[in-house]
Design a protein around this ligand. Structure first.
Ligand code: ADP
Ligand code: ADP
Length: 228
């Protein structure tokens, strides 16, 4: 399982008074199978860090490597789940999950079978024919997770994925994600506002500080012992 390595990664945005650094030069190494939670105040650069790892944003300085290969853009091997699920409203839930394999040219019967397997995994096998707007928020986020998992990514990047859900649904999905991680041994980077959520889910917690954004704390949690 590939290791993620950031070396001297920083990010600045241009501004009226010159560039503002929102992420100070950061070194970070994440082993395959870790469940890393990132917490910190609003604006400390959590999303910036995640978007750099996803390949959506280029760092101003430094390099990002996954399994020794430089990250130069997005790749289905790094699945991304945001707070708002970005499902296509004109497709059914099943077609949404099949979308990635369709683009990759996976034959119809195989991608159909894979989509069904992923829908069952997230508990949506009975809702494949619905459109996304016919699902509850929790179900939409499950569909989004199935859509990412169907590509069999090594790394899953999640930016406050349960932030818009009610407390009960959030608790259900936290349990499901934890079980999924344990069964499949994926590497997960999970951004959250909640230190409770970070300690509950992660094998390792990063706390970021602000002005400029930087990692100020990086420690394993008590879950470290059950690393798959
Ligand atoms: P967090 O996810 O921790 O809330 P972000 O990574 O979203 O933090 O943002 C970090 C800082 O970068 C914030 O101060 C934000 O205003 C700034 N920022 C984010 N995107 C841009 C942009 N496109 N242009 C200028 N500043 C930005
Ligand atoms: P979750 O805990 O996954 O968010 P809910 O408890 O909100 O799910 O949903 C309860 C039930 O309501 C589910 O069986 C779901 O199928 C149904 N449901 C939710 N939203 C809709 C909708 N827009 N149309 C039809 N059924 C819905």
């Amino acid at each position: 399982r590939p290791r993620v390595v950031l070396a001297g990664v920083s990010k600045s945005y241009p501004g009226a008074d010159g560039p503002t650094q929102v992420l100070a030069p950061t070194d970070l190494s994440i082993d395959g199978g870790e469940f890393v939670c990132v917490v910190g105040p609003s604006g400390c650069g959590k999303s910036t860090l995640l978007n750099i790892l996803a390949g959506f944003l280029a760092p101003t300085e430094g390099t990002v490597r996954v399994g020794g290969h430089a990250v130069t853009g997005p790749d289905p091997d790094r699945g991304v789940v945001f707070q708002q699920p970005n499902l296509y409203p004109w497709l059914t839930v099943r077609q949404n999950v099949e979308f990635g394999p369709t683009v990759r040219g996976v034959p119809r019967s195989r991608r159909r079978a894979e989509a069904e397997r992923m829908l069952a995994l997230v508990g949506l096998d009975h809702l494949g024919d619905r459109r996304p707007y016919e699902l509850s928020g929790g179900q939409q986020q499950r569909a989004q997770i199935a859509r990412v998992l169907v590509n069999d990514p090594q790394i899953i990047l999640m930016d406050e994925p349960f932030g818009a859900l009610d407390a009960l649904t959030r608790e259900k999905l936290q349990g499901e994600l934890r079980a999924l991680w344990q069964e499949r041994g994926k590497t997960i980077l999970f951004v959250t506002h909640g230190i409770d959520e970070a300690l509950l889910l992660g094998t390792r917690v990063l706390v970021m500080g602000t002005r400029p954004g930087r990692i100020v704390y990086d420690e394993p949690t008590s879950f470290k012992a059950d690393l798959p």
